[in-house]
Design a binder for this molecule. Structure first.
Ligand code: PMP
Length: 418
């Protein structure tokens, strides 16, 4: 029997991690410092969240000021707080949806729960209560609350709960083949399908940019069959692919957009959903008969989280960090194919914006290579398909990004020769 610290680590095979944990105690910009005194380049920005870098004093200041004024006040019924109102206004102004309304909550898994519930609530209200099925893509990751678990495209995240899906009525669609998606829709029946959820660029599933035209084809299928399109921008939102939302990059007009991470650069937990007028308008009709969306939580619209998000968005704009992502994207576009061409143990590279992955040949283990990268001073992370994650903070310098890719090259090369 192992013991270890009281904190139960997330997603871990415990015998593999107890006694080997890497404890981060401090961060600064693109670097973090471990309890045993090592300085590591954060090549993943934590879990794709620390977009403006770690321990930014202005965000600390924003939280401090807000807590001294008002830590938070809830947003149920007639109550609101000024910061939640201001943040929602700001988000509506940059959303890839015209005249969007905004629901705020505590993170990405939360946001997915809200989006899926709201999709079903929409069709129920429309008098089409049989439209309940939520479609999601193979290898998708949408968090691990009940809905995220149920629509997981990484099968191991769905297994072990006694039935195929915690929340009933979900189905998987093809990663990148729109014709197969059309077949799946016809097999299930459009009159049973509420929504389709997709990450614009899949993250945890291995950093999979969409095949050309695939997302646009999904959007057309959604329109044709009255299926709501939920775009999960928890990773891609707030600049990770060089546009504020990846929906812009890929020409999408979603019905619902989920976001989290980058909205505060992860400084405090916050997530939410951007909502198209075709969904919110019926709930705003001035009549006693108008329906209610029965959702909410104590921290929905948390004032300190909202204050931090507002300051984070100021910094993204002031420091022109989206243009930095575009400049860094050009480096990945150059360095990753060069890495694949010169390193025989690299089988594939993929990227979009400042989001990339390197797949290593089958005889190697991405997990072990990630371990050796830590010894070399760089944090990457093994992803599905024997791949290594590349998603550093937006403030990374050109030289740091090149060094990171070259460190991956060396680590893969050393493993190949061992
Ligand atoms: N959706 C996507 C695309 C994600 O990458 C994640 C988290 N990695 C989530 C949802 C869940 O977000 P959270 O961990 O904040 O609940």
């Amino acid at each position: 029997m192992l013991d270890g610290p009281a904190l139960w680590p997330a997603q871990a095979h415990l015998p593999s991690v107890i006694g080997r944990q890497i404890v981060i105690e401090r961060g600064e910009g693109s670097y973090v410092y471990t309890s045993d005194g090592r300085r590591l380049f954060d090549g993943t920005a934590g879990l794709w969240h620390a977009n403006i870098g770690h321990s930014h004093p202005e965000l600390a200041q924003a939280a401090h000021e807000q807590m001294l004024r008002l830590e938070t006040y809830h947003t149920f019924n007639r109550f609101a707080n000024d910061k939640a109102l201001a943040l929602a206004e700001r988000l509506a102004g940059i959303a890839p949806i015209e005249r969007a309304k905004v629901i705020l909550n505590s993170g990405g898994s939360d946001a997915i729960d809200v989006a899926c519930k709201l999709a079903r609530r929409h069709w129920h209200r429309e008098g089409r209560p049989s439209k309940t099925v939520i479609l999601s893509r193979e290898f998708a990751y949408h968090g691990l609350h009940a809905y995220g678990t149920s629509i997981a495209g990484l099968d191991f995240n769905r297994e072990g709960y006694g039935s195929d899906s915690l929340v009933p009525e979900t189905a998987r669609i093809s990663l990148n083949d729109a014709e197969q998606v059309a077949d799946t829709i016809m097999r299930i029946g459009p009159d049973r399908i509420a929504a389709m959820v997709t990450e614009p660029v899949q993250g945890t599933g291995g950093v999979n940019p969409p095949a050309p035209g695939y997302l646009q084809a999904l959007q057309r299928l959604c329109r044709t069959h009255d299926i709501l399109l939920i775009v999960d921008e928890v990773i891609t939102g707030f600049g990770r692919t060089g546009t504020m939302f990846a929906s812009e990059r890929y020409g999408l007009e979603p019905d619902l957009v989920t976001f989290a991470k980058g909205v505060t650069s992860g400084y405090v937990p916050l997530g939410g959903v951007l909502i198209h007028p075709r969904i919110w308008e019926p709930f705003y009709v001035d009549s006693p008969a108008t329906p209610v969306f029965r959702h909410g939580s104590t921290y929905a619209g948390h004032a300190t989280a909202a204050a931090v998000a507002l300051r984070n968005l100021d910094i993204l704009e002031r420091d022109q960090l989206l243009s930095r992502v575009t400049e860094l994207e050009a480096i990945l576009d150059r360095e990753l194919p060069a890495l694949r061409d010169r390193n025989p143990a690299v089988s594939e590279v993929r990227s979009a914006g400042l989001l990339g992955a390197v797949t290593v040949a089958g005889h190697l283990s991405a997990e072990r290579i990630a371990d050796s990268l830590i010894d070399m001073g760089f944090i990457s992370r093994p992803l599905r398909g024997n791949s290594l994650q590349i998603s550093p903070p937006f403030i990374t310098t050109n030289d740091e990004l090149v060094s990171f890719v070259r460190a991956i090259d060396d680590a893969v090369g050393n493993a190949h020769q061992a």
